[in-house]
Ligand binder design. Structure first.
Ligand SMILES: [Zn+2]
Ligand SMILES: [Zn+2]
Length: 363
């Protein structure tokens, strides 16, 4: 394949710039796949980050979970969060969705995740006791300082240890990993799939015109994506699946079952997919449709959460004059919810505000 074509294909999956994709491809050892596969602890960490992204509540952004692009390399990867993303939402995700929070029976985030290094608008995170690393770019420096301050404060109040730079597992992490060792093992079993999906996260934007994407996980082996479209922007799920399984860049996945209503003009479909070796685990894809009369409200929510106008115009085409048959109270709830959330976050941060940021390891 010509380098230009290879770069075009790769960036469809990663969201990278044309130059960026070319530069990465030039550095790949000859014969390597266009999107290299990860392995071992690194693979596990990448799958855990995907799980963190999927399990954190809906983001209301036109980027897949706020991610602008990913750079998958043979020995590590970089995730670039969109600069236009809602900085407060991103801070919250890093604080409570990535770093471990909770106890023995309700731990969220990634047990053993540590801050390895932080610099201007980036943080390197790693898995304790391993060489696995992921670089997170586009996390404003003020944001990760807040993350640490908020979590230190919360840990202090609860008489616990904040995980960020703690040199060993915290008591909560130890309790969780001992009590749920089967779960940790099961997650390791699907690490290859999770890592492969994270390394292709860009496809969820380039191949589907949703205006909202949410995720969740099921059992210990299923990565699930729920995409919501306006009626005008519906994406064929067969076409999406074709790209997800494309031989040069895709993942070997087969459809096991579908709850599909396309043939009868329906709008909500669910695909249940199983992986083929070398991968293990499952993927669930949901394609949903939003109410036509919700378009202006959706646009407002996206705008409030920091999505670019060009994306909003593209994915939520406005059709003025649409009749709404709903009770008035039905619309506007999401925006109210987000405004309430922002208010409580501001209060939490104001309380935890570091008096000075010296000694935070800035480079
Ligand atoms: Zn269908
Ligand atoms: Zn309505």
């Amino acid at each position: 394949m010509h380098l230009d074509d290879a770069a075009e294909l790769r960036r469809r999956y990663t969201g990278e710039s044309r130059c960026g994709a070319k530069a990465e491809l030039r550095r790949l050892p000859a014969g390597d796949p266009l999107i290299p596969r990860s392995s071992g602890d690194q693979e596990f960490l990448e799958a855990e980050v995907l799980r963190g992204l999927l399990e954190y509540p809906s983001t209301y952004t036109t980027r897949p979970f706020r991610v602008l692009w990913v750079i998958p390399r043979p020995t590590g990867m970089t995730i670039r969060f969109a600069a236009d993303a809602d900085a407060d939402g991103l801070t919250d995700f890093v604080a409570w969705g990535l770093f471990p929070a909770g106890g023995e029976d309700d731990m969220r985030g990634i047990p053993g995740l540590r801050l390895v290094n932080a610099g201007h608008n980036r943080m390197d995170v790693g898995l304790l006791g391993t060489r696995a690393r992921i670089r997170l770019e586009g996390v404003p420096s003020t944001s990760w300082r807040e993350v640490e301050a908020v979590r230190q404060r919360a840990a202090g109040d609860a008489g616990e240890t904040a995980p960020f730079r703690h040199p060993e597992l915290t008591l909560s992490e130890k309790a969780f990993t001992q009590r749920h060792s089967w779960l940790v093992e099961a997650r390791r079993g699907t690490a290859a799939l999770g890592s492969a999906l994270l390394r292709r996260l860009g496809l969820f934007r380039t191949a589907a015109d949703w205006h909202d994407m949410a995720g969740y996980t099921k059992y210990s082996d299923t990565f699930a994506f729920r995409m919501t479209f306006t009626k005008e922007m519906l994406t064929s799920h067969a076409e999406f699946l074709r790209q997800l399984t494309q031989p040069d860049c895709g993942i070997p996945i087969v459809q096991r079952m579908a709850a599909c209503s396309c043939a009868t003009g329906g709008t909500d479909c669910r695909l249940y997919l199983t992986c083929q070796p070398p991968y293990e685990g499952r993927v669930e894809l949901q394609f949903a449709t939003s109410w036509e009369c919700s378009a202006s409200e959706i646009a407002e929510v996206l705008r409030y959460a920091g999505s670019p106008e060009s994306d909003i115009a593209r994915y939520v085409p406005l059709r003025p004059g649409l009749a709404c048959r709903h009770d008035r109270a039905i619309h506007g709830r999401t925006l109210q919810f987000l405004q309430g959330l922002a208010g409580s976050r501001r209060a939490q941060r104001a309380e935890a505000a570091p008096t000075d940021s010296a000694g935070m390891g800035t480079k």
